[in-house]
Design a protein around this ligand. Structure first.
Ligand code: GSH
Length: 81
């Protein structure tokens, strides 16, 4: 089972930045592509309480998730470098 779940979209530059960091650091993750329309992102809302992407989810994260590409990258670099 993958370590993290990443909610993202292929056309989102912030998502692309996070995928690159995950790949460079060889961190295993499951990708869930959310709908383009924020109103349809109910699964993301249920998991994180918000509808923005990218969002990295795991029970081990301090709040259960991180939902900003800069914060996600900083967390990954601190823990996996
Ligand atoms: N500061 C955020 C910006 C992310 C962002 O703007 N994501 C867009 C898609 S590319 C989005 O989901 N916007 C809707 C929202 O934030 O609610 C980050 O760096 O992750």
């Amino acid at each position: 089972m993958a370590e993290f779940t990443l909610y993202d979209r292929p056309d989102c530059p912030y998502s692309k930045r996070v995928r690159r960091v995950l790949d460079v650091l060889s961190v295993d993750y499951e990708e869930i592509v959310v709908p383009d329309d924020k109103d349809d992102r109910n699964e993301l809302e249920a998991a994180t309480g918000q509808r923005g992407i990218p969002a990295l989810v795991d029970d081990e994260l301090p709040d259960g998730y991180i939902a900003d590409s800069g914060d996600i990258s900083a967390y990954l670099k601190e823990h996996y470098n």
